[in-house]
Design a binder for this molecule. Structure first.
Ligand code: ZN
Ligand code: ZN
Length: 131
């Protein structure tokens, strides 16, 4: 039986279940992640086929030609990121219910980080090294 991870938005309208092992958390300091989250993004990832999402308030915002971001239109929670050409979905780690059992292991775009916080003490990796 695969492990099931549950999560959802602040108001509870959007709920999801992720099946199987989750990727370690990656932080992203890019301008889009900072604008959409209000800070920086920390996300895990699974194959889209292993993510069951429900909730009529889920909306997708096309944040770039390559990718879109999923959020709850009722409470504004920032939940998902996915590339149009990629069978994986990133899930914001803070939206997972309770303990995640995950660790942040790497970060993207540290050169775009805000000037008001210290970078996490994890290696920076080029986005091209992520699947
Ligand atoms: Zn909500
Ligand atoms: Zn980003």
């Amino acid at each position: 039986m695969d492990k099931i991870t549950q999560g959802g938005c602040l108001c509870g309208s959007v709920r999801y279940e992720l099946r199987g092992a989750l990727r370690p958390v990656v932080a992203c300091h890019c301008t889009q992640c900072r604008k959409s989250s209000g800070h920086y993004v920390a996300a895990t990832q699974v194959a889209s086929k292993d993510a069951a999402i429900e909730g009529g308030t889920l909306r997708w915002f096309r944040s770039s030609p390559e990718a879109e971001r999923g959020f709850c239109s009722a409470c504004g929670s920032n939940l998902f990121w996915r590339r149009m050409d990629n069978p994986f979905i990133s899930v914001m780690a803070g939206s997972i219910d309770g303990d995640t059992g995950l660790r942040m292991e790497s970060q993207l775009y540290p050169e775009s980080a805000g000037d008001y916080y210290d970078l996490p003490d994890v290696p920076a990796i080029p986005q091209s090294e992520l699947k």
